[in-house]
Design a protein around this ligand. Structure first.
Ligand code: PLP
Length: 393
């Protein structure tokens, strides 16, 4: 059975061109880029080429790119750096809907005595930038707000936020892991101090990421050891993956228009097809302002896990905002923060497309889904007539 992969916000397939670019660095080109010899120097130059490719995707200068092991490391590094260089300031502002890479690190910092403000979002997952203005004070070291949400795809007003923070001496970090490669991100136009990105969301392999650090931004490394990455991230480089990330960034830049037209058209076709064919289904998140590849749909009165299992039987991969399938014990903190009713959170499915998604795949999902929904509603103890909803928080 062939796979219909609609879980690209979880991870993406490695692009064939990326794999091809990486291959020599997993075999004959194995030198250490820090070595003095010509063999090592050759690898070093390739890493610098990859740095330029990654910089190109966000319009940064190559010197502003630090390679890391993943988006999570980039996020943790940005938060720690802001606190290390500003030891008198103990306050961080973030949102309730961040990825755990930021959210759980903030919980950790909260337990260590830092003060964390978690900004709420509206019912469409939108963020009111004025809340930031109301929350900053003399102790604020950092504002960390994601560029786009991984579950709903909702895009936050990063431009406006940076204008609000201008000249206040507060560091601004954005987790752009889901945004980069899907929508234009331009660090020349927006005063972002630090930005996280991750390879495996843009058709590079897992285990490689980058942190953009604006020139002139004071920085403290998270991983300390050797002098790699100009002392900003110790550890011998994951050379093949760095090369892969560079190639993936080059391809993402080239495909940005396609992402915004072809992919969003397919996403809309999927969404409209499902809403038309399945009663009691609704879209979560601001449909006017979201990533082109993401659709988060609630099928009320049924469990997301059950839907995923049925989809899986047809070789269709997606994600759910309900408890177990998201790998946590709690239903989606994002949908809960948006005040989505319990019955809808539990039946929420995230479909996330990529430039490899085809119209035939989308149409197959539209064909299959109504039968699954109907069958599960008939079976479910949450069936419409017997439904009892726990009180909302
Ligand atoms: N931030 C966001 C918004 C994400 O979606 C993810 C991954 O899902 C991460 C951070 C973590 O990235 P990585 O898996 O590379 O650690």
């Amino acid at each position: 059975m062939s796979i219909i992969y609609l879980d690209n916000n979880a991870t993406t397939q490695t692009a064939p061109e990326v794999l091809e670019a990486m291959r020599p660095f997993l075999s004959e080109l194995y030198g250490n880029p820090s070595s003095m010899h010509t063999f090592g120097g050759q690898i070093h130059r390739k890493i610098e080429d990859a740095r330029s490719q990654v910089a190109g995707l966000i319009n940064a200068d190559p010197s502003e790119i630090v390679f890391t092991s993943c988006g999570t490391e980039s996020d943790n590094t940005a938060l720690m750096s802001a606190l290390e260089i500003n030891t008198r300031k103990k306050h961080i502002i973030t949102t309730r809907v961040e990825h755990p890479a930021v959210l759980n690190f903030c919980h950790h910092l909260g337990r260590k005595g830092f003060r964390i403000t978690y900004l709420p979002v509206g019912s469409k997952g939108e963020l009111d930038p004025d809340l930031i203005l109301k929350s900053v004070d003399d102790e604020t070291a950092l504002v960390s707000i994601m560029y786009a949400n991984n579950e709903t795809g909702v895009i936050f007003p990063i431009d406006e936020i940076t204008r609000i923070l201008a000249d206040r001496g507060i560091m601004f970090h954005t987790d752009a892991v889901q945004a980069v490669g899907k929508i234009p991100v331009n660090v020349q136009e927006t005063m972002i101090d630090m930005l996280s990105l991750s390879g495996h969301k843009i058709h590079a392999p897992k285990g490689i990421g980058a942190l953009y650090v604006r020139k002139g931004t004071r920085f403290h490394p998270f991983i300390i050891g050797g002098h790699q990455e100009h002392g900003r991230r110790a550890g011998t480089e994951n050379v093949a993956s760095v090369i892969g990330l560079g190639k993936a960034a080059e391809l993402a830049l080239r495909n940005l228009d396609e992402e915004r037209t072809t992919v969003s058209r397919l996403r809309d076709r999927l969404e409209q097809g499902l809403l038309a064919a399945c009663p009691d289904a609704s879209v979560n998140g601001d449909t006017q302002n979201r990533l082109p590849n993401t659709a988060n749909i609630s099928f009320e009165y049924i469990e997301g896990e059950a839907i995923l299992l049925r989809l899986d039987e047809h070789g269709i991969c997606a994600s759910s905002g309900s408890a177990c399938s998201s790998g946590s014990l709690e239903p989606s903190h994002v949908l809960r923060a948006m005040g989505i009713p319990y019955t809808a959170v539990h039946g929420s499915i995230r479909f996330s497309l990529s430039r490899y998604t085809t119209a035939a795949e989308v149409d197959r999902v539209i064909d299959i889904m109504p039968g699954i929904v109907k069958e599960l509603r008939e079976l479910s103890p949450f069936g419409r007539d017997r439904l009892t909803c726990p009180k909302q928080e």
